[in-house]
Design a protein around this ligand. Structure first.
Ligand code: GLA
Length: 387
């Protein structure tokens, strides 16, 4: 993104004043492996992407926060002297509104600002555009009030709370954490129970990470997502009637066999137990430079999300199947919540173009949809940007 271009859009929208402009960037994220583990107290393995959202901010002299985006035509004004309420008509604007409301609730004293967002992160594609806008808004406003040494994991938990309570999406912490804490060329192994984490170099040698957008929007994703959460809570509750268990990913096969009669719940727990184990194995393989082994686990993870957790759907299955049978691809899986959105694949660098056209053809034949492909770098978490 050309920052000078962003500056001229900002000044066209809000006018020119002598007050300085501040620039920020929040990345999107992919989860390399560890699907639906965060709210089950397990391990996830995400990384922050060079695709993301830029934010520009300038202080006003009143108590109004104006919000505009170059990506959507809706614009909003939040009056800091009035109650801030969720309003379905406000669409994406509810995310920054929620952040403003919760910052005020937490005792931060905010001024009025003009804010412009502009990004290249596809919406509803499972790359966490919602978490990116939450983390970006919170970071920008905290930075603007002089709070420049922010504890990023606390910032992530704050944004998760806004999403859970204000937006009413019962998501886990992974997305906000990856966006706040990302590190260039590293993936993050995060224990979602304790929030202990480690950075693992993401070195792929002759392979690269390709993002494959099914262009199937995640309709109804939230309600099915919440359904999976409640199924897991139910399974945990059943096992806990027999012995104590911190989280579902600590369940053992014997717990499932002995205590869980329902076939659907059994499959859900089976995914959770096996995926947690896969994340740890995948991390070790990556550390040892075994990219092939890592790729095999990605494919295994997708199968489990498809057969046991049932969150993939026709489009994700088609794009992943087409990827896996194309020469040069050593692993592929869905990323994010599923039900549409994006898959990821590890592809030999030299075969990238051939890979894209083969998958493009196969996927279109299966679904009638046109996919998009992105090669993204792994970057730092939310940050200020120099003009
Ligand atoms: C969404 C949620 C995350 C996580 C993933 C599934 O991205 O926001 O918290 O649960 O789905 O791994």
């Amino acid at each position: 993104m050309d920052i000078n271009h962003l500056k001229s859009i900002f000044e066209r929208e809000y006018g020119v004043t002598s007050r300085p402009l501040l620039y920020f960037f929040a990345p999107g994220r992919v989860n390399l492996i560890g699907g639906h583990m965060d709210y089950n107290g397990g391990y996830v393995f995400p990384a922050a992407l060079s695709l993301g959202i830029y934010g520009v901010l300038r202080l006003r002299t009143d108590q109004l926060i104006h919000l505009k985006s170059t990506n959507v035509s809706l614009t909003f004004t939040v009056d800091l002297k009035k109650p801030i309420l969720y309003n379905i008509q406000d669409g994406w604007g509810n995310y920054p509104k929620g952040v403003i409301k919760y910052l005020l609730k937490s005792g931060f004293s905010l001024g009025g600002y003009d804010i412009l967002f502009s990004g290249n992160l596809p919406d509803g594609a499972g790359l966490s555009s919602s978490a990116a806008i939450l983390v970006l808004t919170a970071f920008m406003l905290r930075y603007a009030i002089g709070d420049q040494d922010i504890d990023r994991s606390i910032l992530a938990a704050f944004c998760q709370r806004v999403e859970n309570e204000f937006i009413k999406v019962n998501c886990g912490i992974m997305d906000h954490f990856a966006i706040a804490m990302g590190r260039e060329d590293h993936a993050i192994i995060l224990d979602c129970e304790t929030l202990n984490y480690k950075y693992i170099p993401f070195i792929l040698g002759e392979y690269c990470l390709l993002i494959m957008n099914t262009n199937k929007k995640r309709e109804l994703a939230e309600s099915k997502y919440n359904k999976r959460r409640s199924e897991c809570e139910e399974a945990l509750h059943i096992i806990r009637q027999h012995h104590s268990l911190k989280s579902l990913c600590q369940a053992l096969p014997i717990d499932v066999e002995t205590y869980i009669a329902d076939e659907v719940l059994r499959r859900r727990v089976y995914h959770v137990m096996s995926e947690n184990n896969r994340v740890l194995r995948a991390m070790e393989l990556l550390k040892n430079g075994d990219i092939m082994g890592f790729g095999l686990l990605m494919a295994e993870s997708h199968r489990s999300l498809k057969d046991h957790y049932e969150v993939t759907g026709r489009e994700l299955d088609s794009i992943v199947d087409n990827a896996l049978k194309t020469t040069g691809c050593i692993g592929a899986r869905m990323t994010g919540a599923g039900f549409g959105g994006c898959g990821i694949a590890l592809v030999e660098r030299g075969r990238m173009e051939e890979f894209k056209s083969t998958v493009n053809r196969g996927y279109q034949e299966d679904t009638g949809l046109m996919p998009d492909f992105y090669v993204a770098n792994i970057v730092d978490g939310v940050k200020t940007v120099e003009c």
